[in-house]
Design a protein around this ligand. Sequence first.
Ligand code: FRU
Length: 483
Amino acid sequence: MNKDEQLRNKAYDEIEKQKKLVDQDPYRLHYHIMPPVGLLNDPNGFIQWNGTYHLYYQWMPFKTGHGAKFWGHYSSTDLVNWKHEEIALTPSEWYEKNGCYSGSAIEHDGEMYVYYTGNVKDENGDRKTYQCLAVSSDGLQFEKKGPVVELPSQYTAHFRDPKVWKQDGQYFMVVGAQTTELKGAVALLRSNNLVDWTHIGILTGGGTGKLADFGYMFECPDLFYLSGLDALIFSPQGLEADGMKYQNVYQAGYVVGTFDVKAGTYEHGEFVELDRGFDFYAPQTTEDESGRRLLFAWMSVPDQDEQDHPTIEHQWLHNMTIPRELQLVEGKIFQLPVQEMENLRVGAAIEHEVEMENESVQLKGVSGKAVELILEDIAVSDGCFDLSIGGAARIAYSKEQKIFTLERQSYVDGVVEKRQCQLDTLSSLHLFIDTSSLEIFINGGEETFTARFYPAPDNETIRFQASKKSNFKIKKWELAKVF
Ligand code: FRU
């Protein structure tokens, strides 16, 4: 048996061995992508290919910690029902022995090409990085071609997460990087044949331009066209908290601007955080066959109290967000749940028109573990309007202060912690609750808040409270269990 087969078998054995314990967890999610066992992190190789969506993911099958990552694989024809496929990549070769790290997929001549980072720690513990290619004719089994990119001299070995796209008959690759001066940067490479790659230079960051001094490492870059502009998503590390901004250990956000294909240069605006909640990192997008720009993100942040999640007792950790569609509205990226999420609705909506003042209410039928809520025509007076979920998370809006707040009971010590953003008006809220996961889409996706939270498993209450007169219409659906 070769190394690849050994690793696969070991991972499949681990799934079998832990299945019962994993399945018994009341915090297992109903409709979010999770690892069958072990730790999941970044979405990788997201693509729709011959009608099928493929989502690969960073996976450590053997423990609820990081390490020599595999590429796990889910596939779907409708973005909501997912099948766990056989393992795509195992860290079996010398150039990836400490992990098949993050990367992307592209279709070429009827085959799927995936680019990923081979992570290696040598005998002295020093890091080496190899940008590797693997090719597949079915998206299931991959033939590894090995490293295809030399590490350019201006970067340290923190050079990873290749994202590849085709534009004007050429191929481009962005790679997350750290310069030898220890500045975060995005590297740009070009190829005519997907095999020979030339480094063009630093696309942004690295000590010059708008992001000259913006942390010490950029992870998971993704450059794409959206409604007339070029957006660059990336996950910078090393930003200081700044008021309500940059509150998590690391951030995920974007700039928008114009990519000059010929010159290989990029003019762009200010960095904006994509999500304002506690748990959102390493997002990756793809354009699907209908032309939508879709995004998945890892619903956690590296080094952010990962070992304190209650799910580790049940031998699994972390999940993806729901799939989201991106739209550019006046230069700002809006995120919306994909329309296919409606296919998860079970039965008819429960609807209420609510007017409340100085009271706290539960609405008939509005409760549950795995539910979708839409609040529309929200009109709140001064004072506070809030709703609490399972007694463990609270959403509040203050009209006077124009501040939106998400609070949760910390899973580390139970103390209430919060994330906030400035919000001029609150007109609608779209919520996806899934046992221990919460995604909030505000005003049609203008802002989102994403978080894990851990209500007592039998607490399914949703309570609304308003100090001054407030009105809204609400719809609630139960959502199907697909995992
Ligand atoms: C982001 C990241 C990537 C890396 C991967 C390893 O979460 O650190 O930069 O490729 O995770 O699992």
